[in-house]
Design a protein around this ligand. Sequence first.
Ligand SMILES: Cc1cc2nc3c(=O)[nH]c(=O)nc-3n(C[C@H](O)[C@H](O)[C@H](O)COP(=O)(O)O)c2cc1C
Length: 320
Amino acid sequence: MNINDTLDIKIPILAAPLQGVTDNVWRMAQHDVFGGVDAYYAPFMRVEHGEVRRKDLRDVSPEHGQGITLIPQILACSPEHALMMVEAIKSMGYHRIDINLGCPFPPIALHRKGSGMLAWPDLAETLFIALATVPDVQYSIKMRIGWDKNDQWRDILPLLDIIKPCHITVHPRTGKQQYKGDLDIEQFEALLAASPWPVVYNGGLRTVQDIGQIIQRYPTLAAVMVGSGLAANPGMLNPDATPDDYRRFHDMLVDGYTEQLNGGEAQLVRHLQDIWQTFLPSTSHKLFKAIRKSRTLDQYLGAAAAALGDVEAALARPVG
Ligand SMILES: Cc1cc2nc3c(=O)[nH]c(=O)nc-3n(C[C@H](O)[C@H](O)[C@H](O)COP(=O)(O)O)c2cc1C
């Protein structure tokens, strides 16, 4: 059974990209153990030192995505770099690409990339014109309502006609807000009413009840996208998830990162510790501290086993 059966609502549920969390190992573990996701959006790819980052290409390599629908994402940037990424993605056999106009990270946004580009419609237009020249690719957009003003989407929306996106995913905050402050529902509603493109809602959906409410409130939504809620509780879309499933999910992460990271035990332990920045955030302070303090893989696995032994309590606690 999945969420769509539970709520008797037929709407696609998309897994949001979270840089450093929802990589191929996480995606396959979430899919194999819990499911409920219709398509996974990969964290954005970028060009560094004149070439597409190899790590980003490896992450979306089709061998790591068997059985799932995976949409690679590129950061909105210069046409030259964007085209390099689109060609690299296409050469792996993809025909769908998401364009990130949402990243709020200042070193990126202040260079007029990601959400920063929302304040520069001329740059967005030049980018879209270049992207539209590539045959056999359908684009979607992931955007905020603006960079430093909450209505900058109004200048961007008409330009989307150049690339005719299959949908636009909207996180109703400005880039400057980062991930804090109120969601601007008023601007979201104005955008939803004005958009000729199907709209996907993204922001603050942490439970199936949240999803049900947003779908009821906006019945014209094309889909919903879930990010931190799914990272915190990868089983949130599966009403039949058991404590054993969370252990199995964690085992798959350990196995996957053991295979993919080649920086030795210290790097592996650090990476596994980092998972707990988002995973099961209501884990008790004592158990979380034991995870943070572990120095060897054995210590880490012991601490993680204790935390996973308490998973039901962690899931029942409010996120604080
Ligand atoms: C650590 C982190 C990394 C993120 N990385 C990306 C990314 O690579 N691409 C992207 O479009 N959004 C990224 N986002 C934004 C999320 O996809 C999502 O839009 C945001 O978290 C709001 O949705 P949520 O409330 O469901 O988490 C990231 C967010 C966080 C917290």
